[in-house]
Design a protein. Structure first.
Length: 399
């Protein structure tokens, strides 16, 4: 294979045959330029020649980042959880495409991605396709956590382009995403848990709040719980679905992301007794509303049977806390509180991890290890008090 080298005003270039057009049968060539010396150009040509010989050479493609991502999201939408798909779409259409969608996929550089991350965290306007395009509202300044999710989406998409459009993923192994923000979970005391439950007593939100703080259920798990997963005879609840809001379609009930998230929990007797009363109340509500009752079989629902959306729960939850002068906590902090209460009541960490549905005990230790360590210190102190009589024995040994 021969290369056709050419001296330019600044440096050298070469052309190489890369195959034949499948339609016309004509020879296809590609030119490479930007080499300072002839030796550099020859070295580059040799690399391309090896790729062509070993059939690892990728044909040049004009596809843009935008077109590739639109095709990619369609190809994976049936293989991922509904919540994951929703997150991917938000990241792709709201953030990635407006900033770097116009760039050819094979010409995307690490610097382009770095600039996007900087702009997203600074509130800078993305590049516009048309100069007469109406100016939108000033972009939001995104948190480091959100940009990390965007990075994960783009990296996953580029991984799937390797071998078809790309030789390598420019993001693989590169630590260019913002460092995660320091996170410290908030926990309610037992007294605060009691006050919290009193605040929501008699409301539609009492049940999901109780399931979150009493069983450690995630928001979607609590709202997606159906009566077929409640076993009154065994005193257990099986967590196997999650409520996912879907734009234009209300909601969907999806399976959980990981196998470990699917779990069966032994439920405290007081919670099971409460759930039995709620089930009986729903039967009365169904008679009252008649044909207007929504037969969704939801444990957490409004009086007419319609499910509670995550947005509605969060909005009413925060408003109720604020009106009562209760300190601000997130719904997810109720799950953290459940974990801390289990640990403080001497529940083995492995059991805590299994009840929370963590994929490994390491995740549990990373989140709640400091509580566990504090508990161990307290136990050591109590043992020291109990074994105080040994001091005399120790003294006698040295004498």
């Amino acid at each position: 294979m021969k290369g056709h080298f050419k001296k330019l005003k600044r440096g050298y270039a070469f052309r190489v045959d890369i195959g034949y057009d499948q339609v016309t049968g004509k020879r296809k060539q590609k030119q490479y330029s930007g080499y300072k010396t002839l030796e550099e150009a020859k070295a580059a040509f040799h690399k391309v020649a090896i790729e062509l010989y070993e059939k690892t050479f990728l044909q040049p493609n004009e596809i843009t980042v935008e077109d590739y991502l639109k095709n990619w999201i369609e190809s994976v939408k049936f293989d991922i959880a509904a919540s994951t798909l929703r997150g991917y779409k938000v990241n792709i259409f709201n953030h990635i495409i407006p900033h770097i969608g116009h760039i050819k996929l094979q010409e995307l550089r690490l610097e382009d991605v770095k600039k996007m991350y900087f702009d997203l965290q600074s509130g800078n306007e993305p590049v516009r396709k048309a100069p007469d395009e109406k100016r939108s509202k000033k972009p939001k300044i995104l948190s480091r956590t959100t940009v990390r999710y965007i990075h994960a989406t783009l990296r996953t998409a580029l991984n799937d382009a390797v071998g078809t459009y790309l030789k390598t993923n420019i993001l693989e192994g590169k630590k260019i995403a913002p460092k995660p923000a320091y996170f410290e979970a908030q926990f309610l005391t037992e007294e605060e848990v009691k006050k919290l439950l009193e605040l929501f007593e008699g409301t539609d939100l009492y049940t999901p709040v109780l399931l979150a703080v009493g069983l450690g259920l995630r928001r979607g798990e609590a709202l997606g719980l159906l009566w077929d997963c409640v076993n009154f005879a065994k005193g257990t609840i099986t967590v196997k679905r999650s409520y996912i809001p879907k734009q234009g379609e209300g909601h969907v009930l999806a399976g959980l992301k990981t196998l470990s998230s699917s779990r069966t929990l032994t439920v405290p007797k007081t919670i099971m007794e409460y759930l039995h009363k709620i089930q009986e109340k729903q039967k009365d509500d169904k008679k009252y509303f008649g044909t207007n009752y929504f037969n969704g079989n939801f444990v957490c629902c409004k009086s007419d049977g319609t499910p509670i959306s995550p947005h509605a729960w969060n909005k009413k939850f925060q408003r109720t806390l604020a009106n009562a002068g209760f300190r601000r906590v997130r719904i997810h902090d109720l799950r953290h509180t459940n974990a801390s209460l289990m640990i403080l009541h001497n529940t083995p960490m492995k059991v805590v991890s299994e009840r929370l549905g963590h994929s490994s005990i390491k995740i549990t230790m990373d989140l709640y290890g400091h509580i566990y360590n504090e508990q161990q210190e307290e136990i050591a102190c109590k043992l020291d008090e109990t074994l105080n009589f040994l001091k005399n024995v120790h003294n006698n040994v040295h004498e």
